[in-house]
Design a binder for this molecule. Structure first.
Ligand code: HEC
Ligand code: HEC
Ligand code: HEC
Ligand code: HEC
Ligand code: HEC
Ligand code: HEC
Length: 511
């Protein structure tokens, strides 16, 4: 006879009772434990075969463990309750005839049912979960929305870093935050209710300490970085000019040539806090520096004074990598830069008169959609050259075709009219020509109360080694470099000048 059979008399009409394990709570508990177990097996197999571990894998493994434990506890409690129930003389929970006659069959039925459910739920949610973490999901599911960031990302140094690695942190709190804001975004896309362009800066981006500093060692002494920049002027001949610039990135060491030392010294030697009253952080109103020797300075934008009251009540941001490197993965390059780059590569023919100027004008025109832009660019260029250089197109059909196709291709990879995304709305804070960048703080009007400006001399940040047509020789010294000889007018610019007054990356500078 059954061990579990109650000691109290069996109810009349039933010859046998199922074991006490047959009760609703134990069955549910069993199903949960099975579900958890299958989940763990899945993760194990995934790691074994794909070799790629999940983000938050630790959290998921823990969750499945918890489910298994809860399930087993429920099985135990159910068994205990069922025993007591029968002891007190009540009927067994599962007393159907068949169940009683064929306990094994019933057990198999229950197991089959729960296993099927578990597999469906388990694999389904697993796949969905896995998919939501992928670059393709982030970049392509909401194709029209994310296309600008997805395209620029693939042209960046970080094209192998997953979106979630910069945008979402590790740990359960980020998991919940990201999935909730993700749900909101999916709703936004379905309801066609989202801002165009997507606003920047992002306020809940993962802190730089957790992202950038995982791969980049902040104290690393990078020293001088040489940049060779190639420009083409707006004249008939598209005159080429080059600039050899030594950027003083620096780092932790102090050298005779770099006081400080260098640009990265910001981060390492002092704490810089600032207040910006504009949501895009392109105007900075107040800066406080605390140095390692505990000395403090405060700088204020004297052009647009912030009140003491506002200083007390405004949100402060501590400067980190992202205040300068705000476009590590999504650079929206300006027409000035993209056209220069394609001319240098020979994709835009420098034999076409004025092509630099005309290409920048064609790209910096408002179009509603990409197809409209592609035809618009083609037509505008054709009209201009047919009118001003009759016969040129017919005499140079090949050069013409590749040049026009390249200008259209530049548009497609850097300007996204459907999302209103382009360089004008996504400033790059490295530099100071086309956007305020470093000059947000380092300008003549940002001063201490005593009147000391935060502005640094040109050669505190970089040295010009050579400029003009031939940059293979230099007569510069490594302390002060050469004064900048501005293209077009050959003016010497070596005192503070707000480049962004004339330059905006597009055609404005030529007007
Ligand atoms: C190397 C780190 C990094 C990676 C990888 C990355 N992003 Fe970004 N993303 C950023 C930063 C930094 C910003 C701008 C933050 C700011 O200025 O506040 C940003 C901004 C954005 C924005 C807001 C609009 C904008 O351009 O400012 C979207 C949308 C976005 N990213 C989507 C993506 C998608 C989709 C992927 C993967 C295809 C991705 N990101 C990969 C760092 C990254
Ligand atoms: C998963 C590792 C990883 C993470 C995270 C990462 N980077 Fe990088 N980063 C790299 C690698 C690798 C390169 C070099 C790529 C190359 O040489 O083309 C690089 C290059 C760079 C460069 C120089 C090239 C350029 O595009 O100007 C900068 C600046 C940079 N990273 C900044 C950042 C910032 C800021 C963050 C945080 C938002 C970040 N990185 C996060 C791996 C990473
Ligand atoms: C008064 C307006 C004005 C100011 C201020 C100004 N620029 Fe310019 N800049 C121009 C014009 C106009 C051109 C185009 C010259 C040409 O090609 O004919 C130009 C061209 C250039 C070019 C060549 C770009 C190319 O792609 O051909 C560089 C580099 C440049 N400027 C740097 C600077 C820097 C750096 C500053 C600030 C220190 C600055 N400019 C300030 C008007 C200005
Ligand atoms: C949020 C304001 C802010 C921005 C933006 C900013 N800086 Fe600074 N910078 C400071 C402050 C504050 C100091 C320290 C001044 C002091 O100690 O009195 C400083 C100091 C420096 C120094 C001197 C370093 C030394 O060791 O003495 C350099 C070089 C420098 N910045 C370069 C740059 C460059 C390049 C950029 C743009 C990529 C930039 N800064 C953007 C606030 C800023
Ligand atoms: C004050 C502005 C500023 C801050 C803050 C800053 N950087 Fe930079 N960083 C620069 C500039 C300017 C360059 C030179 C960029 C160029 O000319 O291409 C640079 C270059 C780099 C490079 C490229 C070096 C190379 O060899 O190409 C890396 C990587 C980098 N920074 C990482 C970081 C990281 C990580 C942080 C945060 C710990 C950080 N930076 C903070 C201004 C800054
Ligand atoms: C606070 C630091 C700082 C100061 C001061 C500064 N620059 Fe720069 N400058 C930069 C950085 C950073 C870049 C970006 C280098 C790069 O392209 O990666 C830059 C880029 C440039 C470029 C190349 C522009 C381009 O996009 O092609 C020119 C030209 C230039 N600076 C001239 C000047 C002149 C002239 C002065 C003085 C009137 C000056 N800069 C002052 C930090 C500074």
């Amino acid at each position: 006879m059954d061990d579990d059979s109650p000691s109290t008399p069996i109810k009349k009409g039933t010859s046998a009772q199922p074991r006490a394990i047959f009760n609703p709570m134990s069955v549910v508990g069993f199903a949960l434990a099975l579900f958890g177990g299958l989940g763990e097996v899945f993760i194990f197999l995934n790691n074994l075969f794909s070799g790629i571990s999940l983000n938050y894998q630790g959290v998921v493994v823990m969750l499945f463990m918890l489910v298994i434990i809860i399930g087993l506890v429920l099985v135990g409690i159910g068994y205990w309750l069922e025993k007591n129930r029968r002891k007190s003389g009540r009927e067994a929970s599962f007393s159907g005839e068949t169940l009683v006659r064929h306990p094994i069959l019933a057990l198999m039925f229950a197991v089959g049912l729960t296993a099927a459910t578990a597999i469906v739920i388990g694999t389904g949610s697993y796949q969905v979960y896995h998919m939501t973490e992928s670059v393709e999901f982030c970049g392509q599911l909401c194709h029209s929305v994310m296309n600008p960031e997805y395209t620029t990302y693939h042209n960046s140094s970080h094209a192998r870093v997953k979106c979630v690695e910069c945008h979402i942190g590790e740990g359960a709190d980020w998991f919940v935050r990201a999935k909730i804001s993700g749900m909101r975004q999916i709703y936004g896309v379905l309801a066609n209710d989202y801002p165009k362009p997507i606003p920047t800066p992002i306020h809940n981006l993962r802190p730089a300490r957790e992202t950038c500093e995982k791969c980049h060692w902040p104290g690393k002494f990078i020293g001088f970085k040489e940049k060779i920049l190639t420009y083409y002027q707006s004249d008939e001949k598209n005159t080429q000019r080059k600039l050899r610039l030594l950027v003083k990135i620096g780092g932790e060491e102090e050298t005779a040539l770099m006081k400080g030392s260098g640009i990265h010294f910001h981060m390492l030697s002092r704490k810089v806090e600032y207040i910006s009253r504009s949501p895009d952080r392109q105007k900075i109103d107040y800066i406080k520096v605390t140095r390692t020797d505990n000395s403090v300075s405060e700088y204020l934008d004297t052009d647009n004074m912030i009140t003491d009251e506002e200083i007390k009540n405004s949100e402060r941001r501590i400067m980190d990598c992202l205040d300068c490197h705000n476009r590590p993965a999504h650079k929206f390059r300006t027409p000035m830069k993209t056209v220069n780059a394609s001319m240098k590569q020979g994709l835009i023919s420098t034999d076409i008169p004025q092509i630099k100027l005309q290409a920048v004008i064609a790209l910096d025109t408002d179009y509603k959609t990409t197809p409209e832009a592609v035809t618009g660019i083609g037509n505008a260029l054709r009209n201009f050259y047919e009118k001003n250089y009759p016969g040129f197109i017919n005499n140079h059909p090949k050069k013409w075709l590749t040049t026009v196709e390249e200008i259209q291709a530049i548009y497609k990879r850097s300007i996204f009219p459907e999302m209103k995304a382009k360089w004008k709305v996504y400033p790059d804070n490295i530099g100071h020509r086309d956007w305020p960048g470093c000059f947000r703080c380092h300008n003549e009007n940002t001063k201490t109360k005593e009147g000391k400006a935060l502005y640094q001399a040109c050669n505190d940040c970089h040295l010009i080694l050579a400029q003009g047509e031939d940059i293979s020789k230099s007569n510069a010294d490594f302390v002060s470099g050469l004064p900048f000889n501005h293209p077009g007018n050959d003016e010497i610019l070596d005192e503070y000048t707000d480049c962004n007054d004339c330059h905006d990356g597009g055609k404005t500078v030529y007007e």
